[in-house]
Design a protein around this ligand. Structure first.
Ligand SMILES: NC(=O)c1ccc[n+]([C@@H]2O[C@H](COP(=O)([O-])OP(=O)(O)OC[C@H]3O[C@@H](n4cnc5c(N)ncnc54)[C@H](O)[C@@H]3O)[C@@H](O)[C@H]2O)c1
Ligand SMILES: O=c1ccn([C@@H]2O[C@H](COP(=O)(O)OP(=O)(O)O[C@H]3O[C@H](CO)[C@@H](O)[C@H](O)[C@H]3O)[C@@H](O)[C@H]2O)c(=O)[nH]1
Length: 440
């Protein structure tokens, strides 16, 4: 194998497309594969099929370089690459907590069938502990070349910061079973390692667990502060001041202590549920039973947000007009998977309000999931004539709103700040009825 291995990336969604483009930026030759032909067509045309800051510019920079191509053909990928990164989805199974591994299994089977030369297959998808060992056996059984090996390399990027997190990660985790696998995966991250990024080499189970443990910790931190928000509401205390005060303790830290509508997205919610399910199978359900509370606290915030709006509208949404600001699960993303904002918008709609949703990037993806809601073309359009404004995803454009200007557009000055990002006194001074989660 040459010093610089040739790479494939299988599954070009939020994770895979980012990984493929960033690895070209780092100097590798890369081929990306997806079973979704529309996605591959879009990438070939130099267009990222989702919103991620900085990624379109990087794709544009490299698309005509000859070092990045896209295909739907597994034979082409197996022929081209020395190291294959598997980045397909592992969503929550319908009606269950467990992860649906059918996409991972299908990707490994399709790739294995074509692996006639030595290669390292690297799992990046988030999977339940024990999956890598099973997939290593699958490769051993099904790949024609018996020197094919598996490594597990969990991914920690955040949407909205995906490029930065891929080029400059906090750490790299390599779950391997041989010296060759470790050396090979090191060559695939050589420029990242050269900048001093910490590398932790583990067995498969530890690598898999690092990922779900990290997400469980983050989810717990958010639900902890949201639990404090519930107590603040009962006592008249202010959770944002409380978070600032405890966050100054370096052992606690202020990051991920933003109370509000809680966590959503394609990772935290489904990863803690899959962890609960897997722990049950392993007979250690008690060890992670607290994650059920984490999940419940999180979902209660959505219900409470609907209630706050109800209070402002004197007990009924029926016949009212509501502006919902934000549909994505977080700012700087168009991802609406398990979006708290969209969940609340739909709940308010079901209670009889006419809901005008506006998100700077996620209107289209939201409309696919909730076509019954109305989507405004601009912030002003969303605000015009409404009885209640609900700020549910903290895009900068919403944080920067002026209470007087917004006040001139609405029918009634009622506001729910679902992310605790506005200054209450500014809005109250401008005649608004302001309500927030965990703040008086
Ligand atoms: N999105 C993130 O920020 C992030 C970060 C870290 C880890 N992860 C993990 O990475 C994985 C992927 O997440 P995502 O958000 O990119 O999902 P995604 O749904 O955006 O992308 C998954 C892609 O896999 C493709 N795919 C499905 N079956 C395939 C097959 N058999 N062969 C080839 N391609 C196939 C789909 O068409 C899709 O494009 C998940 O396990 C997730 O938990 C995601
Ligand atoms: O103080 C906070 C911080 C975040 N959130 C919410 O938590 C969710 C998740 O946010 P974030 O973690 O920034 O976004 P993701 O892109 O989902 O990233 C998480 O999930 C990824 C997929 O597993 C991991 O790779 C990342 O490390 C992990 O942060 C969002 O709904 C945020 O609004 C809060 O409510 N309060």
């Amino acid at each position: 194998m040459t010093q610089r291995p040739r790479l494939s990336v299988i599954g070009t969604g939020y994770l895979g497309a980012t990984h493929a483009v960033c690895m070209v930026e780092l100097g590798y030759d890369v081929i990306g594969l997806d079973v979704d032909e529309a996605k591959i067509e879009s990438l070939r045309a130099g267009k990222i099929p989702f919103f991620e800051p900085g990624l379109p510019e990087l794709l544009g920079k490299h698309i005509d370089s000859g070092r990045l191509r896209f295909t739907t053909d597994y034979a082409e990928v197996a022929e081209f690459a020395d190291v294959h990164f598997v980045c397909v989805g592992t969503p929550q199974k319908k009606g269950q907590y467990a992860a649906d591994l059918t996409y991972v299994d299908a990707a490994f089977r399709s790739l294995a069938a074509h692996l006639t030369r030595r290669a390292l297959v690297v799992g990046k998808s988030t999977v339940p502990a024990g999956t890598a060992a099973r997939l290593a056996k699958l490769l051993a059984d099904e790949a024609p070349n018996k020197e094919v090996e598996l490594a597990w390399n969990p991914e920690f990027l955040r949407e909205g910061f995906a490029v930065e997190d891929t080029l400059r990660p906090d750490r790299l985790v390599f779950g391997v079973r041989s010296e060759w696998a470790e050396q090979t995966i090191r060559t695939a991250f050589e420029p990242v390692i050269a900048t001093g990024t910490p590398v932790i080499v583990t067995d498969y189970a530890t690598a898999e667990l690092v990922k779900v443990a990290a997400n469980s910790f983050l989810a717990t931190k958010i639900s902890f502060i949201n639990a404090m928000a519930e107590v603040c509401e009962a006592t008249g205390a202010d959770v944002t001041q409380l978070a600032d005060a405890i966050g100054h303790d370096a052992r606690i830290g202020r990051r991920f202590l933003n109370a509000g509508l809680g966590f959503g997205g394609g990772c935290l919610p489904k990863d803690i549920r899959a962890f609960i399910a897997r722990a049950g199978e392993l007979g250690v359900d008690q060890a992670v039973s607290f994650l059920r509370d984490v999940d419940e606290i999180n979902l209660r915030r959505r219900a409470r947000t609907v209630e706050l709006g109800l209070d402002l509208l004197d007990g009924s949404y029926r016949g009212t007009k509501v502006a919902v600001l934000g549909a994505a699960f977080k700012p700087d993303s168009d991802d609406v998977r398990d979006s708290p904002a969209l969940d609340v918008a739909a709940a308010v709609g079901r209670r009889g309000a006419t809901v005008q949703v506006y998100d700077p990037e996620a209107n289209a993806s939201a409309a696919r999931v909730h076509p019954e809601l109305t989507y405004a073309a601009s912030l002003d359009d969303a605000l015009r004539g409404v009885d209640l404004v609900m700020l549910l995803t903290e895009w900068q454009v919403f944080r920067a709103m002026d209470p007087v200007t917004v006040g001139s557009l609405v029918a009634q000055r009622n506001l729910v700040d679902g992310r605790n990002v506005l200054v209450p006194s500014q809005w109250r001074d401008a005649g608004w009825h302001y309500r927030a989660l965990g703040r008086p």
